[in-house]
Design a protein around this ligand. Structure first.
Ligand code: DHE
Length: 541
């Protein structure tokens, strides 16, 4: 073909057009990629600047939860943007609407819903690699190195400088103060004899402290982002529930060596964060509440591997079919899982004193569900307005029946429920939403804080036999007053002034007069050895 032919010119023109279109497309694509990359970078920068200090490096969780799509499955994107703008009730999550533009909030939402490039792993080998055995407990004296009533000791967790105080519950004098891991959360758990106490930090560290010898004896990082831990009644096992990875880890308590790691997924394989784990003493089992699937698990630990414990379950296994078939039931399996299907998610829950019924509620529901753990089914619905904080609920006897009372983290009320018929018998109006509630079987009073809002400095004292508030105190004006714990005999009450420059205030539990003020650094929970190891009705378990 001649270069001068009109066909040749047309061909060149067409080729040039095609090439320039391709070049344009390429340029457009790379501009788009650049923009995406830039957006990603700026979202990452935004994350590092505003979120990382609480939600951890690489979104792995720290004070706040891990932020990956897998951990946000119950939160729609528009709701997530609302949480960033307005903050989240009952958590430390602040509102960012005055700090961040709508555009930046959208970028952050996209960022946290972007899957991680490499899925964060925390395998058994990773866990084992963190194990630290500071001391062999068998080479330390099995007698206390101080003089005190060992059942009337308190551990006070001080959040401001990540420490804890061991307090004498008779003299109210500190015995020692020691460093803890960063950001402990939830109640520490005691061994049945009270010699050891186990702590869980939000970033997964489990520490074992020898109270008699005042030493941390062992530590292990059981998860990346942990909820809480529970210790079996025989003291042999601890269970840890995690948000990240989605699993539970069972440890033997002498050295904190892991025995079993179980991925928390439902029958269809959908994985879930763990809401919380509990010990159920009369059942000699652990209870595991799952957050993203509608299941609760029961895991027996007594004589783990033995047949007796599981005898009563044969019926369940037969009835369940599938993986629950009796022939699939390995009698020698250690820590088998008994699944209980629920009608709703469980974010917060409470057990009756016999551990037959679990009272659970999802954060979005107006109702609580009562689930009979033996029958494996819901037996009642409780109408509960606002957002009851069931985990802080307590029980007592009122006019010949057993009642359950729960503070409410959204409304100023305490809901009192008759545990025979699960009817609400009274809503006690308070001066704002509360977080923690406590009493003692020997005390006529129940104490509830007003944790949120302008009245956070106040604490109400409710007479248990009239269900009336008889006194409201504000012991440190302007500072949050929250979380009480009683002494072993119920004669004194310890209340936290939840501030960096805070205190634990001791009250006479009958006259309600202040006895003593001990300076402490943001004391959060305090835990009496007797009340905790005896599952005293007025305290959380
Ligand atoms: Fe807690 C216990 C869940 C926020 C202080 N908290 C618990 C328990 C659960 C729980 C499941 C019972 C575990 C146990 O004791 O073994 N807490 C949650 C949440 O889901 C929530 C609302 C959001 C979150 O951030 O995880 C939440 N909790 C907080 C706080 O912001 C508090 C006030 C400060 C902090 O430490 O982070 C807080 N939670 C506590 C305390 C206990 C607790 C002091 C132990 C109470 C007790 O007396 O036993």
């Amino acid at each position: 073909m001649s270069k001068n032919s009109p066909f040749y010119s047309a061909l060149i023109a067409a080729a040039t057009l095609l090439l320039s279109q391709a070049a344009m497309a390429h340029v457009e694509k790379s501009v788009e990629q650049d923009a995406k990359q830039k957006d990603k970078q700026s979202a990452e920068q935004l994350y590092q600047q505003h979120c990382q200090s609480c939600h951890g490096v690489d979104r792995m969780g720290s004070m706040g939860p891990a932020l990956f799509p897998e951990n946000l499955s119950r939160l729609r994107k528009n709701k997530a943007s609302g949480v960033i703008s307005k903050g989240r009730i009952a958590t430390q999550m602040p509102a960012f609407e005055k700090t961040l533009s709508k555009d930046n909030i959208d970028k952050l939402v996209d960022y946290i819903y972007t899957p991680a490039e490499t899925v964060p792993q925390w395998t058994l080998a990773d866990i084992n690699a963190t194990h630290i055995q500071h001391f062999d407990q068998n080479k330390l004296p099995n007698t206390p190195q101080f003089d005190a009533d060992l059942m009337n000791l308190f551990i006070v967790v001080e959040l401001a400088d990540h420490s804890a105080t061991l307090l004498n519950g008779d003299t109210f004098e500190p015995i020692t103060r020691f460093k803890t891991r960063f950001a402990l959360h939830g109640g520490p758990k005691y061994s049945p004899d009270g010699r050891f106490v186990y702590f869980a930090s939000r970033d997964g560290w489990i520490s074992k402290y020898d109270i008699y010898n005042m030493k941390t004896v062992a530590e292990i990082r059981a998860g990346i982002n942990t909820r809480n831990l529970a210790v079996s009644s025989d003291g042999k096992y601890a269970i840890v529930g995690n948000y990240l990875p989605h699993n539970i880890v069972i440890l033997e308590t002498e050295t904190l060596t892991p025995i079993k790691v179980v991925a928390t997924s439902d029958k269809d394989g959908k994985t879930s964060r763990v809401s919380a784990v509990y010990n159920a003493p009369p059942r000699t089992s652990f209870i595991v509440a799952l957050k993203d699937v509608k299941e609760v698990w029961e895991i027996p630990y007594s004589d783990a591997g033995g047949v007796d414990v599981y005898k009563g379950w044969a019926h369940d296994y037969r009835k369940d079919g599938g993986e629950g078939k009796l022939e699939n039931w390995k009698k020698d399996e250690q820590f088998p899982i008994r699944r209980i299907t629920t009608e709703d998610y469980l974010d917060d829950f409470f057990f009756d004193p016999d551990y037959i019924n679990l009272i659970g509620a999802s954060r979005d529901s107006q109702n609580g569900q009562v689930i009979n753990l033996d029958a494996k089914k819901k037996v009642a619905t409780i109408e509960m307005a606002g957002m009851p904080h069931l985990g802080s609920g307590i029980t007592w006897d009122y006019q010949g029946r057993q009642v359950f009372a729960s503070p409410n983290i959204k409304d100023g009320r305490v809901t009192v429920i008759d545990m025979d018929n699960w009817q609400v018998i009274k809503e006690i109006k308070t001066e704002g939403p509360g977080f923690f509630m406590r009493s003692h079987s020997k005390s006529p009073y129940a104490w509830v804080d007003v944790f949120f809002g302008p009245n956070k400095e106040k604490v109400h004292i409710i007479k248990k036999n009239t269900l009336e508030i008889v006194k409201t105190i504000a012991p440190a004006p302007g500072k949050t007053a929250a979380h009480v714990e009683f002494t072993k005999d119920g004669k004194y009450v310890l209340l936290s002034i939840w501030d960096n420059d805070g205190a634990v205030i001791v009250y006479d539990a009958n006259t309600l007069e202040e006895i003593k003020r001990l300076p402490m650094k943001k004391p959060s929970g305090k835990y009496n050895v007797y009340n905790k190891t005896h599952y005293e009705r007025g305290t959380s378990h």
